[in-house]
Design a protein around this ligand. Structure first.
Ligand SMILES: Cc1cc2nc3c(=O)[nH]c(=O)nc-3n(C[C@H](O)[C@H](O)[C@H](O)COP(=O)(O)OP(=O)(O)OC[C@H]3O[C@@H](n4cnc5c(N)ncnc54)[C@H](O)[C@@H]3O)c2cc1C
Length: 265
């Protein structure tokens, strides 16, 4: 680990001010990604600004036809929320499948989508549910937010405050987990709602999470697992690594998508 200044922010406004003052700052939320990155000397921030304890970022509220979740909300709290289970059970299920209990009790929604790991689960939910990402500077539509592997639309000094997930009519998430890390080797979130049909894939794309138009078109015509059973996903642009080839992941996407549509009912 390189040396850095550690500051615990007293409020969101304080965190913004601290970010503006520091040379090369980094926010710390649950630390599940940032701490290992620092330990491995893959990052050398001048200041680590801890927003992990901010109560104003940790909440789940339902308003109208949407649930808004604070960026500092832990995966465990999403997985066990009665409101999330009632209105978007697929999102509660997704949170329950993240990592292990230690990761779920520390990791946060904001940290997950700020990091935008190509195998992370929340990005698929955000894309498939047409989520709105509220930051200290603006509102970003999920379609505009995920820019590529570990890349997002966030600019310097911008902090995610909360994410709004509109209630879907139908939705489900299925993932084929890496047995060691539990990260998705292919995870597919399907939904049907006022936005139409959306199919978002994580864990498989070289550029991170993406929507699968061929399946969206097929499911718009006929919402059933059979409608997508024959769709062969091209392996081009998919990840190939020691965990599985691009062809294997392409196959997994169709299997996970079929299972998700079946689970959504
Ligand atoms: C063993 C292990 C297994 C895991 N398995 C899974 C899995 O199966 N599925 C999955 O999806 N994830 C998995 N994760 C990742 C985990 O879920 C965390 O969500 C993720 O590491 C980031 O969240 P965090 O709160 O820990 O963020 P941190 O590590 O604190 O921060 C991550 C990045 O986000 C930035 N950041 C944090 N909060 C904000 C904010 N509000 N606004 C702007 N930027 C911010 C930080 O500056 C940093 O760059 C796993 C992690 C571990 C260690």
């Amino acid at each position: 680990m390189y040396q850095f200044n550690y500051v615990r922010a007293k409020s969101l406004a304080d965190a913004e001010a601290l970010l503006a003052q520091a040379d090369d700052p980094k926010l710390l939320a649950g630390g599940q990604t940032l701490i290992p990155t620092l330990k491995q000397r893959l990052a050398m921030p001048s200041d680590v600004i801890d927003i992990g304890g901010l109560k104003e970022l940790a909440f789940i509220k339902t308003e109208g036809n949407a649930i808004t979740i604070g960026a500092g909300t832990k995966h465990y709290d999403v997985a066990t929320s009665a409101d999330v289970k009632r209105h978007i059970p697929a999102l509660a299920q997704l949170a329950e499948w993240i990592g292990d209990p230690a990761v779920r009790h520390m990791g946060t929604l904001g940290g997950s989508i700020a990091n935008n790991d190509p195998a992370a689960d929340y990005p698929a939910a955000c894309l498939a549910l047409d989520a709105k990402i509220h930051t200290t500077k603006r509102l970003i539509e999920a379609d505009e937010y995920f820019k590529g592997m570990f890349e997002t639309a966030l600019t310097d000094g911008e902090i995610i405050k909360e994410v709004t997930f509109p209630h879907p009519e139908k939705a489900a998430y299925q993932k084929f987990r890496n047995p060691a890390s539990r990260y998705a080797m292919a995870g597919v979130f399907v939904s049907k709602g006022p936005w139409g049909v959306r199919v978002a894939v994580t864990g498989a794309g070289q550029n991170g999470v993406f929507r699968l138009k061929s399946m969206e078109d097929a499911l718009t015509k006929n919402w059933s697992p059979d409608a997508i059973a024959g769709i062969k996903v091209p392996a081009d642009g998919l990840l190939s690594d020691l965990h599985g080839s691009a062809e294997y992941r392409a196959h997994l996407i169709t299997v996970m998508a079929k299972r998700a549509v079946e689970a959504a009912g």
